[in-house]
Write a protein that binds this ligand. Structure first.
Ligand SMILES: Nc1ncnc2c1ncn2[C@@H]1O[C@H](COP(=O)(O)OP(=O)(O)OP(=O)(O)O)[C@@H](O)[C@H]1O
Length: 199
């Protein structure tokens, strides 16, 4: 193994007077997947946001490579078409040409919807626009917050397959999900957050 794509040391986080986690160490290498689990409000999204650099921990350190972030809200703009949205999201990492964008939309089943404003698409279709980013050139480390929300069973299976393939090709995935994964890479780990209350 070389160096980890993300390494967190001694992380602690408290929100609204509640200790969510403390002294947490995480190191994830290429080829590995980590699922962060736990009940609603246990701190899964908070931890993922800290790993992505979107939220500051109360203590501890995070070192990581560039990452692809997909949050709870899919960052899709209802006024833009599916194609325009994906072009915008792709450009956060590497600009993609029109052909690549159309191919990626096709891979998530949005062929024929390229020119439709996202506001006129269903929640699952909007989620699939965001998911299409995973079919374009992007960083090796993927941080995904509840990526299966609003996806039907066939798209759920397809996304699971894609995540496994990404790990098998040397990428790494950290995700939060309440969904039981049907497909996992060989190097699969789970971190369950438990609710803790400050004394
Ligand atoms: N913006 C915020 N400001 C203050 N507290 C917050 C904020 N967002 C979340 N919290 C608190 O942090 C705690 C953990 O929230 P978080 O969203 O990390 O949990 P979660 O495990 O991802 O929950 P869920 O499964 O419902 O998505 C909750 O008690 C919540 O009230």
């Amino acid at each position: 193994m070389t160096h980890p794509l993300v390494k967190a040391t001694e992380l602690s986080c408290e929100r609204d007077g509640r200790l969510l986690f403390a002294h947490l160490d995480i190191a994830l290498y290429g080829g590995q997947m980590l699922r962060i689990g736990g009940q609603n409000g246990s701190g899964k999204s908070s931890l993922l946001r800290i790993l992505a650099g979107l939220l500051e921990a109360d203590s501890g350190q995070v070192k990581r490579e560039d990452c692809l972030w997909m949050g709870h809200s899919n960052a899709v703009n209802g006024l833009l078409t599916a194609e325009e949205n994906l072009a915008f999201l792709a450009a956060l990492h590497a600009p993609a040409c029109a052909l690549q964008i159309r191919e990626a939309l096709k891979k998530v089943g949005l062929q024929g919807f390229e020119d439709v404003p996202a506001a006129q698409l269903s929640a699952g279709q909007q989620q699939r626009i965001a998911q299409a980013r995973l079919h374009l050139p992007c960083p090796a480390l993927w941080l995904l917050d509840e990526p299966f929300t609003a996806l039907d069973s066939s798209n759920t299976c397809e996304l699971e397959r894609l995540l496994v393939q990404h790990c098998e090709q040397g990428g790494a995935v950290i995700l939060t999900t309440h969904h039981d994964l049907g497909a996992k890479p060989a190097a699969y780990f789970e971190l369950m957050l438990a609710e803790q209350v400050l004394a």
